[in-house]
Design a protein around this ligand. Structure first.
Ligand code: NAP
Ligand code: MG
Length: 497
């Protein structure tokens, strides 16, 4: 395993080279399978680490630990301010180890170092934001109209033991989006990271112990979805499962959860529309729409993958977008000045290239100029497809790669425009670029999606709820809603006599 990038600092390199175990009940233990699985650097395709392959038995042990920590021990006795303090300590640790975490993110996921660094700082902000809610997560007094005198109130209580299953596109952020609100609400957790990107979750596990969270509050079981993930989703002692990933796997989670009717929240796929109107500031709209699809090499659930451009500016916008994509520098995330890293895996690269070929054979025009010729790593060049049509698979299905499908519109009927946006099984996000705010508000109202941005893309503020309509998911993360999904509401009514 001498295949680590030479620019890696000692801290990150040492961590990657270590033996990677499971975090169960506050201790690092080998998987009961005794097996390890390989982690590759998507920038080179080489194996960089071996990680414990947790199986159903390990999920049982982790759930038991989480159950004990929820039902007894120190955790339930902590005051909200104590939970808040622990989270704030964790945020400080994340920041203090920001460079190391960013480098682990690059080696695991492939994204450019500068992007990873911003992401890591964002996770510290998210933890602090959620830490604030721990002390403000109250119910309310309820005025009853029944005969007699009453004192009635609601109270929010932690939902219990939570299984959290996360994807590989933003390894640390996805872990934090799940962990921070659940911890603020007082839950205990079993986290299953994606098999492609287990490293940062494991490093985070160490920081969680260092911050002082009691044993069993956060357990981390690395392993495969079909084994460890499925066991967690089906586990009878888990009260809730929170999942981010593909819509297909999300449906399996729902089925697995049926046994004990555990609560389920899902953050699933998208095929998000972006509109550029002829009055838009194109100096902002073109890079905005480009980043909406090319950022993180398109491996973003809210990627703006369907672009509707008014016919008056269509030719120009499409040409500018393709040129923008052609200028982005591709490379290993640890190299200086890289804009885009590789895709996560060979499978994903082949899947995305397959979509591009299918789009072209279905009649789309490939506008981008760059062609990649072999080399290491799982790279796909930013790709703009013009002349796409609603029925094409590239327009209907989530590609999860840097592939933009552009279509002109020549219409000012908002119902019909919203119809274009809504012609999808998904409803995660929509973008609107215009100077006409009245029109933007009206269109935003008609689009069935969990988030809409006007003259911006992906507003990633911890306070702003995020989640999907339709098959993009159930529930909202971020904002206060992120605590709601980790709680139960109890009503208490007292007859004052
Ligand atoms: P995925 O299967 O949905 O994986 C997400 C997480 O679910 C991973 O931790 C995975 O474990 C786990 N998992 C898989 N099967 C499971 C099961 N039966 N029960 C419980 N957990 C299970 O996604 P993927 O296979 O990595 O990627 C496939 C496609 O999904 C992508 O091309 C993209 O279109 C979409 N995707 C969407 C998002 C998003 O944020 N919306 C994120 C990632 C992928 P393993 O990693 O071990 O399989
Ligand atoms: Mg998978």
């Amino acid at each position: 395993m001498s295949t680590l990038h030479p620019r890696l600092d000692a801290a990150a390199a040492d961590f990657i080279r270590r033996e990677h175990r499971l975090l169960i009940d506050g201790r690092w233990v080998a998987a009961s399978s005794g097996r390890l699985f390989e982690v590759e650097d998507p920038g080179t395709g080489r194996i960089i680490a071996r990680v414990a392959e947790g199986v159903a038995r390990d999920i049982d042990l982790a759930v038991d630990a989480a159950r004990r920590a929820f039902d007894g021990g120190d955790w339930p006795k902590l005051k909200p301010a104590d939970r808040s303090r622990l989270l704030l300590r964790l945020a400080d640790l994340i920041e203090r180890h920001g460079d190391e975490l960013a480098q682990l993110e690059v080696m695991d996921n492939g994204k450019p170092l500068a992007v990873a660094r911003r992401g890591i700082l964002g996770t510290a902000d998210m933890v602090r934001y959620m830490a604030g809610w721990a002390t403000k997560f109250n119910g309310e007094a309820v005025p009853l109209s029944m005969p007699g005198e009453w004192h009635a109130y609601t109270v929010r209580e932690a939902v219990g033991v939570v299984g959290q299953i996360i994807p590989w596109n933003f390894p640390l952020s996805m872990a934090i989006w799940k962990l921070a609100p659940a911890l603020a609400a007082g839950c205990t957790i079993v986290l299953k990271p994606a098999e492609q990107t287990p490293l940062n979750a494991l490093r985070l596990g160490e920081l969680i112990l260092e911050a002082g969270f009691p044993a069993g509050v956060v357990n981390i079981v690395t392993g495969f979805g079909a084994e460890a993930g499925a066991a967690l989703a089906a586990h009878p002692k888990v009260d809730k499962v929170a999942f981010t990933g593909s819509t297909q796997t999300g449906k399996r989670i729902v089925q697995a959860a049926l046994g004990n009717l555990k609560k389920v929240t899902l953050e699933l796929g998208g095929k998000s529309p972006v509109f550029i109107f002829p009055d838009a500031d194109l100096e902002a709209a073109v890079p905005g729409a480009a980043n909406a699809i090319f950022f993180n090499s398109g491996q973003v659930c809210s990627a703006g993958s369907r672009l509707y451009v008014h016919a008056r500016v269509y030719e120009r916008v499409v040409a500018d977008l393709a040129a923008y994509g052609d200028r982005l520098r591709l490379g290993h995330g640890m190299e200086e000045g890289v804009d885009l890293g590789p895709l996560i895996s060979r499978v994903q690269m082949e899947r995305v290239r397959g979509y591009i070929e299918k789009g072209c054979s279905d009649g789309a025009t490939l506008v981008s100029q760059r062609r990649l010729d072999g080399g290491d790593g799982f790279f796909v060049a930013p790709t703009v497809l013009a002349d796409t049509r609603a029925e094409m698979s590239v327009v209907r299905e989530e590609i999860f790669g840097p592939v933009l499908c552009a279509m002109p519109f020549d219409d000012d009927d908002l119902e019909r425009l919203a119809g274009l946006a809504n012609d999808s099984d998904y409803g995660l996000f929509a973008g609107i670029w215009t100077r006409d705010f009245g029109m933007a508000h009206k269109l935003a109202k008609r689009i069935r999606a969990g988030s809409v941005s006007v003259n911006a893309h992906m507003v990633n503020d911890p306070a702003l709820p995020f989640g999907g309509f339709k098959q993009s998911g159930w529930g909202r993360e971020r904002g206060r809603e992120a605590l709601d999904i980790y709680s139960e509401l109890k009503s208490v009514a007292i007859n004052l006599g």
